[in-house]
Design a protein around this ligand. Structure first.
Ligand code: ACO
Length: 402
């Protein structure tokens, strides 16, 4: 019942755009999306050319510095990251302080925020040397934090990083390895996880990236800005969707696997029932990342001795939805997270860790966008306007007269 036209007249010249559906808040040279055509490019390179060819660190370099690295540049970049994978010993107390069943995304955002208490080596967060150090520290320490969050949740001792290993291998060992025991990283698992990180590495002005930019626009440091991004990613409409998809598939399975009746409930708009992992603000066509993930899910799950019946439920859901007018007319297609959870589950990650894996992948994108923002002379503090709909002026009523 709100008369937006009247309110706009009263407020003056502002754009009313809830959810920023049509508002570009910055100019960016990092990621290009054509949502109608289903195109995604990092710095001009199509995602399907990067996925499976460029490593995650190579892709991170591309996003952060703008060009694909030479072998020497990549070795130097990964070498610097390797030097910083350890967490400050005192940071371990954080992990002891959280409840055992804490969600690892909440632990991750708290620990990333805490990094700015340990690394205050410049009062100017925009000092280029500080920016470089913060970049390397974040890339290096976030996987360690993520593994520690997981280890605490299962009551196992923490494992120090082994810097002889690659980026993803090191993360897998810290997560699944046990002290004083050899841990062999499965090369296929490492390769697929690395590729999933590439697919998640940036996605222009999504909710978490816009959050990183908004917080950073007040000149807050990189750790504070990225920690806010982690919190934005936590929600089930954004990064939390990968956890929500798996929970949805499990719920359908527990109720006897009746996919059609679940789709009916979605179409009837039963409160709280959505086809999670479907739909996207920008893609009105098949998400190019989802096509790659679907293939990877089939490859990984086919390697398993016992097939996961959840893959079958997911494929049935997709088939029914893509042939149903409700989804077709609204241009709802699977997004990147429809199939990722099945792969993470097959790799042995508990559901609560899925969004943390998304955060590990998105990290270079957040860093690249923050760095682009602070060097852009047109950047201003983010400060949206509003349409006021509250009471007009009224006089204070003393307590005894209310
Ligand atoms: N299931 C059922 N209906 C849906 C879905 C869905 N997943 N997504 C959108 N719709 C419907 C809406 O109900 C709406 O219908 P209406 O026109 O009859 O009211 C129409 O499609 C348009 O949807 P909006 O909510 O207006 O689209 P918006 O761009 O605001 O939302 C979003 C995009 C949040 C991704 C939405 O599609 C959604 O909630 N999807 C499920 C959660 C999810 O998978 N999120 C991950 C997104 S990708 C990412 O962050 C990695």
């Amino acid at each position: 019942g709100i008369d937006v036209g009247k309110l706009l007249k009263e407020t003056g010249h502002v754009t009313y755009d809830p959810g920023f559906v049509n508002t570009a808040a910055c100019a960016s040279a990092i990621t290009y999306i054509d949502g109608d055509a289903g195109i995604l490019r990092y710095r001009g390179y199509p995602i399907d050319q990067l996925a499976g060819k460029a490593s995650f660190l190579e892709t991170s370099y591309l996003l952060i510095y703008g060009e694909l690295p030479t072998a020497e540049q990549l070795a130097e970049f990964s070498g610097r990251i390797r030097l910083h994978t350890l967490l400050h010993e005192e940071m371990k107390q954080f992990f002891d302080g959280f409840p055992r069943d804490a969600h690892p995304m909440a632990v991750l955002s708290s620990a990333v925020s805490a990094l700015s208490t340990f690394y205050q080596d410049s009062l100017d967060p925009f000092d280029p040397e500080h920016v470089e150090m913060s970049t390397v520290r974040l890339m290096a320490k976030v996987p360690t934090i993520a593994s520690y969050a997981y280890k605490k949740s299962i009551g196992q001792p923490l494992l120090y990083p082994n810097n002889a290993l690659g980026y993803v291998e090191n993360f897998l060992r810290m997560t699944f390895g046990v002290p004083a025991t050899e841990y062999e990283v499965d090369p296929v698992v490492a390769q697929v996880l690395d590729m999933l990180f590439v697919l998640h590495a940036d996605h222009e002005q999504n909710c978490s990236t816009s959050t990183v930019r908004l917080v950073g626009s007040s000149n807050a440091n990189l750790f504070a800005s990225v920690s806010a991004g982690v919190n934005a990613l936590f929600g089930p409409l954004h990064g939390g969707a990968n956890q929500a998809v798996l929970e949805m598939l499990q719920a359908i399975q527990a109720e006897g696997g009746d996919v059609k009746s679940f789709v009916r409930r979605v179409k009837d708009k039963e409160p709280g029932v959505k086809l999670m992992g479907f739909g996207h603000r920008v893609y009105k066509n098949y998400d190019p990342r989802a096509a790659i993930v679907k293939q990877a899910a089939q490859d990984v799950l086919n390697r398993m001795a016992k097939p996961d019946p959840l893959l079958d439920i997911a494929m049935q859901l997709e088939e029914i939805a893509l042939a149903d007018d409700y989804f077709v007319s609204r241009k709802l297609y699977p997004n990147v997270d429809f199939y990722t959870g099945l792969i993470y589950k097959a790799m042995g990650f508990p559901t609560k860790m899925f969004t943390v894996l998304f955060a590990l992948g998105r990290l270079p994108g957040w860093i690249a966008q923050w760095r682009e923002m602070i060097t852009d002379p047109t950047t201003k503090i983010g400060r949206p306007r509003q349409l006021y709909v509250g009471p007009t002026e009224r006089a204070y009523v003393p307590m005894d007269q209310r």
